[in-house]
Every structure is written in C-alpha cells, then in structure tokens.
Design a protein around this ligand. Structure first.
Ligand SMILES: [Cu+2]
Length: 351
C-alpha cells in the first residue's frame, strides 16, 4: 500500500496553528463583567450556528474530491446527473432554519444588550462622563467632582453609566473585557452601561481609527473593591491640578501617549459644555487656528460650504439644497465638529 500522508506537512500545520492564534489575546472571550459575558455568549452561539453549515461543507468538499478522484474506478460515474430533491431540501432547509434562529437571537439580544439601557441592579450606579480628546481619554466623575486622564477606576459590582462625547474626531469607547463599545462624537452625547464583576485592570481602547496618535489612545480600567475605589478617589482629590476651562483648553491640542493625570476638582457642567460647544455661539472662537479639525477633514468641502454659509442672504433654493447635503456629509466625515458650518454666518472664519 502506498503511503498517502505527508507527516511533515501535518507537523508543520500543527506547529503553525498556535502561532496564528498567538497574536490575539482573546479578551472578548475572557469577559469580566455581565455585559461582556452576554457578548461572549452571543459571539459563540452565532459562531457555532454558522459552523453547522461550514464544517460539513469543508469536510464534504475534501471527501468528495478524494472519493471521486480520477483514479478511483469504484466510484459511481454519472455525467448526466443534474438534480436531487433530497439535496435541494437539505441545502435550503438547514440554512433557512439557522437564519431564522440567528434572526431571533439578533432581535432579542439587540434589545437586551442595548447600550442605552440601564442595567438592572439594586446597587446605585455611578456616572462617568467620557470625553475623547486627541489622543487621550478624559474621565469626569460628576458625583465625586474629580477627573482623570487615561485611567478609569470603577468599583466592582456597581453599574457604571457612561456618558460619552468627543472634543472633535469620532472615536469608539471600548473596554473589551467589559463588553459593548459605543462611539464618541462631537456635539452629542452617547450612552453606555457596563459593569465590572471582577477586580482587575482591563485595557481600554479607541476602537475607531482617529489619526496619528490613535495607537497610544489607551487607558487602564481599574475595577476595584469599594474601599479601594474610595482610596483612589481620595488619591485623585490630593492632586494639585484642577480641571477648569483653561485646563480643559490646554488638553485640546493634540498630544500622544499622554500619561495618567488626576484633577482634584472639575468645573460644574464641564461635560455638558463640551457636548454643546460646537453649537454654542462661541464656535468661531473655538475654531481659531483650526486646531480642532480632524484628520478626516475634507478641506475642499469645508471651503465650499463656508462660501455658502458666509454668502449673501440671497441664497437660492438649489444652493440651499446643496448646503443641506454637504452638511450631512460633513457630519459623517468629521463627526459633527463641522456640523454647524453650513449656514452659520458666525462661522465665516474671519479670524
Ligand atoms: Cu472650520
């Protein structure tokens, strides 16, 4: 009997598979909070359901190619074969059933895991306001009156209500081991509700590319016992820095790999004023020097719209239509930082 197998190839494959996986530390599959656990179950359930089709297809492809190879004279040869009701039933019915199950799971889990839905808990949640800056994360604790950069501390088993916005460019606020991510966008507030159920330090990232310093836009999420969290709050309150308007303005220019910074106090309504900044009358001032503009800015579109915005009052109907279209496109491209460009006379860039 001839030896078909190639033992060296098999050994190589066996050696390679862990290497291929070594690159990813599977944080999504190692959740440390309730939402993360539900995310993981959803990922695995959907994957297994799809593998019901994928695995037999791959195995049968290999088996058919081997069984009906030219040298196998014992296999049936049917050059005129074209239809099998049994096969049709299987290849349509099985995927339809899988898609129906996936559809139901998607519907139910989309509502259950809605990031805007507060978590059910008897413990009073804490609020953390998150601001994505270029390229660092600012965390404001309105109840404690403190703030930190690139370090998020939360007590374990306490639901965290995140309110999220961005100074300019769109980012995505993501702590993989705690679960769902949500975009941060200028001029608006998004919400995310998470919980950490285990003490530990978990990586936080921006999951949406935002420019040159993006790779350093990371923070540690410190999930602590209640006592440790109070100590952390006390430590932050001992900082000599305070987050007032001037301190915030100094954070706006781009910086990379920003070290952890604590602020012992925060101006009241700091977060709301950041959210509303693009719509405030002081927009032209905020735009001075264009330092807020993102990497994704479309210069040509910007100028074109400014001309319309700053133009005479005799704006014709077609021009207005173009304006509206341009505005919505810019919102998508520049995450709202430019949302008010079109038609805002105050924003004529005279500075
Ligand atoms: Cu501008």
């Amino acid at each position: 009997m001839k030896k078909h197998r190639n033992p060296r190839l098999f050994r190589l494959l066996a050696l390679c598979s862990p290497l291929l996986l070594a690159g990813c530390d599977m944080t999504l599959l190692d959740p440390k909070g309730q939402i993360g656990i539900e995310n993981k179950n959803l990922i695995l359930t959907a994957t297994w359901l799809m593998l019901i089709v994928v695995i037999p297809v791959i195995l049968m492809t290999l088996w058919f190619a081997w069984k009906y190879r030219a040298t196998n004279k014992s296999a049936r040869y049917e050059p005129n074969w074209s239809h099998s009701t049994a096969i049709e039933v299987v290849v349509w019915l099985v995927p339809i059933i899988i898609i129906a199950i996936l559809a139901r799971i998607t519907w139910v889990s989309t509502h259950e895991l809605d990031p805007y839905k507060p978590l059910e808990s008897e413990v009073k949640p804490i609020t953390v306001e998150v601001v994505a800056l270029n390229y660092k994360w600012l965390f404001i604790y309105p109840e404690q009156g403190i703030a930190s950069i690139n370090e998020l501390a939360v007590p374990v088993d306490v639901p965290v209500n995140f309110k999220i916005t961005s100074e300019s460019i769109m980012n995505s606020f993501f702590i993989p081991q705690l679960g769902s991510q949500v975009y941060s966008m200028a001029g608006m507030e998004t919400k995310l509700h998470l919980i950490a159920n285990h003490v530990g330090a978990y990586d936080g990232i921006s999951a949406n590319y935002s420019g040159g310093g993006f790779s350093g836009m990371r923070f540690k999420t410190l999930a602590m016992t209640d006592g440790d969290f109070q100590q952390w709050v006390t430590k932050v309150r001992e900082s000599k820095k305070v987050l007032d308007r001037d301190a915030y303005a100094s954070l706006v220019p781009m910086s990379e790999n920003t070290p952890v910074t604590y602020y012992s106090s925060v101006d009241a309504n700091m977060f709301q004023s950041i959210v509303h900044a693009p719509m405030a009358s002081g927009m032209a001032q905020k735009h001075e020097g264009h330092e807020n503009h993102g990497a994704m800015e479309m210069k040509g579109m910007d100028m074109k719209m400014e001309m319309k915005g700053a133009g005479t009052d005799a704006a014709t109907a077609p021009a207005a239509a173009v304006n509206v279209q341009g505005q919505s496109m810019t919102m998508a491209m520049d995450a709202g930082a430019h949302a008010m460009h079109a038609g805002t006379a105050a924003h004529a860039h005279k500075e």
